[in-house]
Write a protein that binds this ligand. Structure first.
Ligand code: DC
Length: 225
């Protein structure tokens, strides 16, 4: 009998290594990787394009999200993000979008719309989905739930390197402040706050290599097959 196709939920704060690890786990299992943060970033990109850059435009932003077509495509080993057929893979990582996305992702109707789209993508299993509310809200029945954490210091260092490699100029201390602020907004928001599901396995990645984290998750997956 063929192996069951699992739903794997990976949640945690910004910079804990979710996307790196999720991509590698998906590759090993030949599963689809779904980056839900990129979906919130894509809606934020659209909002900025339309000049809706604050919660004053909540209803307009909700309409944009509802009407948007978001797709994730693997091309030459890289996940490309399209919104309304425009490739926004690089632009959604800009500091401008990083600063506004926590605001946009607080809008309940935007979240409801994206949660529906995310569940549709996962309907057949065989997915590794990363985000903040995957184990608690999007896929509460996921067979494997992981909550990745790491210290603010370590996460800021990782983000700094990642942004520098993409050609952005960044300051480590500013990044630390930004990450702490983002943690607070994500964990304290009323709807779908960043919180570990009761049945999630907690992994502090501060002193783990990427490979160690990937191996641990693959081990957990094996137990659920
Ligand atoms: O993982 P990331 O940094 O690309 O996420 C961008 C923002 O989107 C971050 O502020 C948290 C938010 N987000 C969310 O609220 N729910 C998710 N499932 C994924 C991301």
């Amino acid at each position: 009998m063929a192996d069951k196709l699992l739903k794997i939920a990976i949640d945690g704060p910004a910079g804990a290594g979710k996307s790196t690890v999720a991509k590698l786990v998906a590759l090993r299992l030949n599963y689809l990787y779904i980056d839900t943060g990129a979906m919130y970033r894509a809606i934020t990109y659209l909002a900025i394009q339309y000049g809706y850059n604050s919660l004053d435009y909540e209803n307009n932003i909700a309409e944009l999200a509802e009407a948007a077509t978001i797709s994730l495509e693997n091309r030459e080993n890289r996940l490309h993000v399209f919104v309304n057929e425009q490739d926004v893979t690089d632009v959604i990582r800009s500091p401008e979008i990083s600063a506004l996305v926590p605001v946009i992702s607080q809008i309940a109707s935007v979240r409801n719309t994206l949660v529906v789209k995310q569940r549709e993508l996962a309907v057949n299993g065989g997915v590794v989905m990363d985000g903040r509310d995957i184990g608690t809200r999007v896929l509460p029945n996921a067979e494997v739930k992981i909550f990745l954490t790491a210290s603010v210091e370590e996460r800021a260092k990782r983000r700094c390197l990642e942004l520098q490699q993409k050609g952005f100029k960044v300051d480590l201390n500013e990044l630390k402040v930004e990450i702490s602020e983002r943690d607070n907004i994500d964990s304290e928001r009323k709807i779908d706050p960043l919180i570990a599901a009761k049945d999630a396995v907690m992994l502090d990645t501060s002193y783990m290599t990427i490979q160690e984290v990937v191996d641990k998750i693959l081990e957990l997956c094996k137990e659920r097959l």
